[in-house]
Design a protein around this ligand. Structure first.
Ligand code: SER
Length: 322
C-alpha cells in the first residue's frame, strides 16, 4: 500500500534526516515536509515543503486533507534544556501538537502516527543502569513531563479509539547534517564540531557523565522499522525503550584524540548537569529487539570516524562555522 506522509518539524535535527530517508523510501511526490519556518534550506529546497504550525489544529488539518495524508511523523518539540527556560511554552507546544495529530487520527483523517518520546521520561528515582521498559518514572524536567504524559495519551488513544500510534524513547542523537537545538545531550554533537574548528571543547557536563546515545543512522532505521512493522507486532503503545551505546564526554574525547591528537576537553558544568544526572546511564530495550527486530549498528568508534569524516567534508566545502 502506498503511503502519503507528512513530517511535522522537518527542519529539525531528526526531522530533516527522516525527511530525506522517507523521500528515498516512498518517493519525493508522496512525502510532504513541514515546519513553522524555512530554517533548513536543504529540506525546503529539495522536495515538497509546506509551512505548518503544529500548535494550530486548522493548519495541520488543512495540510493533511489537501495532500491526502495517511501517515504523520510528529517531530516538532521543545527539548529539555530550552524547556526549562520556557516551561509553559514547552508544555503548550509538546502537548498541543500531539493532541492535534492524535485527534486527526481519532477522527479518521489519518491512519498512522509516529511520535517520539525520550529517555527524559525517566527521573532521579528511576534505576540508572539497564533501565527497564516498565519502571519508576518521575521526570524532573518539563520536557520529560510532556513526554511521559504524551506516552499515556498515546496508549489511551490506541486503547479507546484504536489509533495506530507508534513511539520510541530516543536517547541522545548524534548527527552531522543538522544541529540539535536546546537539548541536554547536545554536547555530544558540539564536541565533534569544536574538535575540528577549535581543537578543544568546553563541555557543559562533567567528563564522567554517562548517558545513552545513538548515531542518527540508527535512529532513522529504528523509526522506519517500527513504522513498517506489522501492527500486531507492536505490543507497546506508550513508547519503546531504545538503546545503542552509552558513553561519557571523556570517552568521546579519547576517540577523537585517535584522529586529532592534540584535542583537549575541559568541563564547566551548568544547569544541564542536573538534568543529565536525572537520566539513566543505559537502557534495556529488549522489547524493541523482540517485537520488531531492532538492532543498532554504530558503536562509539565507528560513529566518531563517520562524524569527523562527514564534518570535515562539510567544513571544507562550506567554510561553515558552528
Ligand atoms: N536529546 C534530548 C534532550 O537532550 C533528549 O531526548 O533534551
Amino acid at each position: 500500500m502506498s503511503s502519503r506522509i507528512l513530517i511535522i518539524g522537518a527542519c529539525g535535527q531528526i526531522g530533516s534526516e527522516l525527511t530525506f530517508k522517507l523521500r528515498d523510501l516512498y518517493g519525493d511526490e508522496n512525502v510532504i515536509a513541514s515546519d513553522i519556518n524555512y530554517n533548513n534550506l536543504d529540506v525546503v529546497n529539495t522536495g515538497l515543503f509546506e509551512i505548518v504550525d503544529a500548535q494550530d489544529y486548522a493548519s495541520v488539518k488543512i495540510c493533511v486533507e489537501k495532500n491526502n495524508i495517511d501517515t504523520v511523523y510528529l517531530m516538532a518539540a521543545m527539548l529539555s534544556a530550552t524547556g526549562e527556560k520556557y516551561p509553559m511554552k514547552a508544555w503548550d507546544l509538546n502537548m498541543d501538537s500531539l493532541f492535534h495529530v492524535l485527534n486527526l487520527a481519532k477522527e479518521g483523517f489519518i491512519k498512522k502516527v509516529f511520535w517520539p518520546s525520550s529517555i527524559a521520561v525517566f527521573g532521579p528515582t528511576t534505576p540508572k543502569a539497564n533501565t527497564p521498559q516498565h519502571t519508576v518514572m518521575e521526570p524532573s524536567t518539563v520536557y520529560g513531563i510532556t513526554k511521559q504524559v504524551g506516552e499515556r495519551w498515546c496508549e489511551y488513544y490506541f486503547n479507546k479509539y484504536g489509533v495506530d500510534v507508534r513511539s520510541i524513547r530516543y536517547p541522545g542523537i548524534i548527527s552531522w547534517k543538522t544541529l540539535p537545538g536546546g537539548g541536554t545531550t547536545d554536547y555530544a554533537v558540539e564536541i565533534y564540531h569544536k574538535a575540528l574548528t577549535d581543537g578543544n571543547y568546553e563541555c557543559f557536563v562533567t567528563e564522567d557523565t554517562e548517558l545513552p546515545m545513538m548515531f542518527m543512522d540508527d535512529a532513522i532505521k529504528a523509526t522506519v522499522d517500527i513504522m513498517q512493522a506489522p501492527e500486531t507486532n507492536i505490543t507497546i503503545r506508550s513508547s519503546y525503550n531504545l538503546s545503542a551505546i552509552s558513553f561519557t564526554p571523556k570517552e568521546i574525547a579519547k576517540e577523537i584524540q585517535k584522529h586529532i591528537q592534540n584535542f583537549e576537553l575541559s568541563c564547566e558544568p551548568d544547569f544541564r548537569q542536573e538534568i543529565a544526572d536525572s537520566w539513566p546511564k543505559s537502557i534495556d530495550d529488549s522489547f524493541a529487539r523482540k517485537d520488531w527486530n531492532w538492532k543498532h549498528s554504530f558503536d562509539l568508534s565507528e560513529m566518531t570516524n563517520e562524524m569527523l569524516k562527514q564534518l570535515r567534508e562539510k567544513y571544507n566545502s562550506t567554510n561553515e562555522v558552528l
